[in-house]
Ligand binder design. Structure first.
Ligand code: PHE
Length: 462
């Protein structure tokens, strides 16, 4: 029997859910680090250009394909473009599957640090504790890793189990405002710190001498990751949209909110770091370092109201991760529901369990299981986790993204895309002609540049 397809209860609910998918570990964990690594201002400026010139048109393309067909990634591409295009959708579903499997591990860490900071806030911060050692001990403890990632997986499955409106949309409606409130509190605290001036200058004053060509490509690669593009996720979310909702307006709001959150998170973290003499030199070449090694201690030494903000910060990371992980599981689940006719509850449990098998591999790849921790398929990417992240960020998202731009720009008719984008009331700044130019030329050329860079110049986006 055909089950009724899910849909968003309102435009607002949809925007919150899609924004929740976009805002995640990419904003809080990856973006501050790559901004740091690429020398600040000039990189940020390039990133903003990538978001507007590539991210925005592709966001509209994915949403329009989904809304038009009312199908999840595979079925939507097959119907909108042609039978073979189902393979691109399949690539996206696989990408969601792998991404979710390792994303869950980092999300699990936020649970660990949440319990730690609660203990420190109530019982006092142990002055002789080395944060580096603590991090190594928790990430290398296989049993602990399995427990925290299982807890987080259960949370993700529980949301998707209840469907689009009662699960995903409801959680986004509750958690996103909480997330914004925590972020605002932290921003206020950060701006009172002595390092905030230096942090703002670092982030917003472009110094082009610092920018490497690889930084430009990294900015482009990250714009896919942070906006949840390139794997058909926004196709799936678009498929639950109502025809009266404006794709253009929704895309603009999602993109602005995602960017603001990434910038605010960066201002917060850098204000803290610049407030401590010598700290800037200590931030090593690792993404995890900033969030889980440098920051925890600083809440107890320099951050005003750090005893309250510390635990809240890790709640923030967990909530941001959950609103993204649920969207990833929805991509996989909706494929099983739409294409194989499974009932939602069964489909969710089955997909959640299958993904978790791979989460186990990622969770055990931080020292607890030698072969998982030392395997090296891609040069310099040691361990299962880094291998999976490298494969997704460098290969799957850019190639999926390229295929989607080509589908919308070259393989779908002008009438179809124009009809979808001009449906509903459009904001005055939108020009269909400009969108078409960006989706046909600017975006594919930029994305092809990423792929060529990865293939021939060994640039790394993970
Ligand atoms: N956008 C999410 C983040 O920034 C990650 C993500 C990518 C989620 C792709 C869904 C799909 O963390």
């Amino acid at each position: 029997m055909e089950q009724q397809r899910g849909n968003w209860s309102s435009n607002f609910g949809f925007i919150l859910a899609a924004t929740g998918s976009a805002i995640g570990l990419g904003n809080l964990w990856k973006f501050p680090f790559i901004t740091w690594d690429n020398g600040g201002g000039a990189f940020v400026l390039v990133y903003l250009v990538c978001i507007a010139a590539v991210g925005l048109p592709i966001m509209m393309a994915e949403l329009l394909i989904g809304r038009k067909t009312q199908k999840s990634a595979i079925g939507a591409l097959r119907e909108a473009v042609g039978p073979l295009w189902g393979l691109v959708g399949g690539w996206g579903v696989l990408c969601g599957f792998i991404l979710l499997s390792y994303y869950t591990v980092i999300a699990g860490w936020s649970l660990f640090y949440f319990t730690k900071t609660v203990t420190w806030s109530t019982g006092g911060f142990p002055s002789d504790l080395s944060m580096g050692e603590l991090f190594g001990a928790q990430s290398g403890n296989g049993g602990l890793q399995l427990i925290i990632s299982l807890l987080f997986s259960i949370a993700t499955v529980s949301v998707v189990y209840f469907g689009v409106q009662k699960g995903i949309e409801r959680i986004a409606r509750i958690f996103l405002p909480v997330l914004f409130a925590i972020l605002a509190l932290m921003l206020v605290s950060a701006l009172t710190m002595s390092g905030s001036g230096e942090a703002l200058a670092f982030i917003f004053r472009p110094n082009f001498a610092e920018l490497r060509p690889s930084g430009v490509l990294e900015a482009l690669g990250h714009s896919f990751f942070t906006l949840s593009l390139g794997m058909g996720l926004m196709i799936t979310y678009g498929s639950y949209m109502d025809r009266t909702q404006s794709i253009v307006k929704a895309s603009a709001i999602i993109i602005v909110l995602d960017t603001v959150v990434a910038l605010v998170a960066t201002v917060i973290m850098f204000s803290v770091i610049f407030s401590v003499a010598g700290m800037a030199d200590e931030i090593g070449g690792s993404t995890v370092g900033m969030l889980f090694i440098s920051l925890p201690e600083l809440f107890y030494t320099v951050v005003p109201f750090g005893r309250i903000l510390g635990p809240l910060f890790y709640v923030l990371i967990a909530l941001a991760a959950l609103t993204s992980s649920m969207s990833l599981l929805e991509v996989v689940t909706s494929y099983v529901i739409d294409e194989h006719g499974l009932e939602r509850h069964k489909a969710t449990l089955m997909c959640g369990a299958s993904v978790f098998v791979f989460t186990v591999l990622a969770a055990l790849s931080f020292g607890s299981t030698p072969w998982l921790s030392t395997m090296e398929i891609f040069d310099g990417k040691i361990g299962w986790f880094s291998t999976a992240d490298h494969f997704v960020s460098n290969w799957m998202l850019p190639t999926g993204g390229l295929a989607i731009t080509l589908a919308a720009g070259w393989f779908m008719t002008r009438e179809t895309t124009e009809g979808e984008l001009l449906d509903g009331i459009q904001p005055g700044w939108f020009s269909y002609g400009a969108w078409r130019f960006f989706i046909r030329f600017v975006a594919p050329i930029a994305v092809a540049a990423i792929i060529i860079a990865v293939l021939f110049f060994n640039v790394d986006f993970s």
